[in-house]
Write a protein that binds this ligand. Sequence first.
Ligand SMILES: [Zn+2]
Length: 89
Amino acid sequence: MANLDKEICPVCNGNGYVLSGLSVYQCSYCDSQGEIPKREASVEELQKMIEEFKIHRGILQGKIKQQASKIAELENVLSIQEYKRKALS
Ligand SMILES: [Zn+2]
């Protein structure tokens, strides 16, 4: 099963060793593990993610406003109905 927190070592391609001519070297980049902890996202990647989340947040805030006005509208209808019911009884 693939470990989600790790990725294949780009230096040894997951082998744990590197062939150099006739010599075999243990891969020092991944300590012969063949995989490395997932690297941190770059500044550019983080900025892109933040921009995407900001757009998403804007859309959600718009929806929240719509829902809030819908709730206010329904509460208004409810209070009118309650008023009518009290007036009739
Ligand atoms: Zn390696």
